[in-house]
Write a protein that binds this ligand. Structure first.
Ligand code: FES
Ligand code: FES
Length: 211
């Protein structure tokens, strides 16, 4: 109840977001309060190690914390976005071992030993990934909020289907864009497929410790 009182006095806004910390059932968005509830209730933290954007990271965190909050709050990479928090919109899509994963609903314990790539890790040696290049050429983004998730989903799609048809794009990428940039995204994915044919790069085969 101590926590409940503190949270209610902190913010009664109807826009309050649900806390993604697994042991908090109150719904807070402030990281210090999430850390606070973590300390006050029960210590279920464990050390998790994985490769993030070609570098090994180890972090002591509640094993059920969604990967999204580890990336954004603990590791301070803000490119991966929070949209629905229910694995429905795709704004939080990252690659785990090359597969597109909606990390708002993916517990950090499952990340142990894997290779995670976020939008910040797509370029290599300063060169844009083919999907990023195509996104620029086709001027895809409008407000931009959903775009990192779409780009990561497109990267995964092209690893799986190098030359996808429009139907395959529509069937495989189910992310949501409130600005309605779907048409330009489809064009950009075709363009990225062509760019990758010209100059393929191994997103999933990056060695540990490589820049
Ligand atoms: S925020 Fe993860 S799918 Fe919407
Ligand atoms: S570009 Fe605005 S939500 Fe997709």
């Amino acid at each position: 109840m101590l926590i409940l009182n503190e949270v209610l006095s902190w913010d009664r806004s109807p826009a309050l977001l649900l806390c993604k910390h697994s042991i908090c059932t109150l719904g807070v968005k402030d990281i210090s309060l999430r850390q606070h509830c973590r300390q006050k209730l029960i210590d279920v933290s464990m050390e998790i190690s994985f490769i993030l954007n070609r570098k090994t990271v180890s972090i002591d965190v509640d094993e059920n914390t969604p990967l999204l909050w580890v990336i954004r709050d603990e590791l301070n990479l803000k490119g991966t976005k929070f949209g629905c928090g229910k694995a429905a919109c795709g704004a939080c899509t990252v690659l785990i071992n090359g597969e597109a994963i909606r990390c708002c609903s993916y517990p950090i314990r499952l990340v142990e030993g894997t290779q995670v790539t976020t939008i910040e890790g797509l370029n290599q040696n300063g060169a844009l990934h083919a999907v990023q290049q195509a996104w620029l050429e086709e001027v895809v983004p409008q407000c931009g909020y959903c775009q990192p998730g779409f780009i990561m989903a497109a990267v995964a799609l092209l690893e799986k289907i190098p030359e996808p048809s429009d139907d395959e794009i529509d069937n495989e990428i189910l992310n949501l864009c409130r600005c309605g940039t779907y048409f330009r995204m489809r064009k950009a994915i075709h363009r990225a497929a062509a760019l990758k044919m010209e100059s393929p790069e191994p997103i999933e085969k990056i060695a540990d410790g490589e820049e």
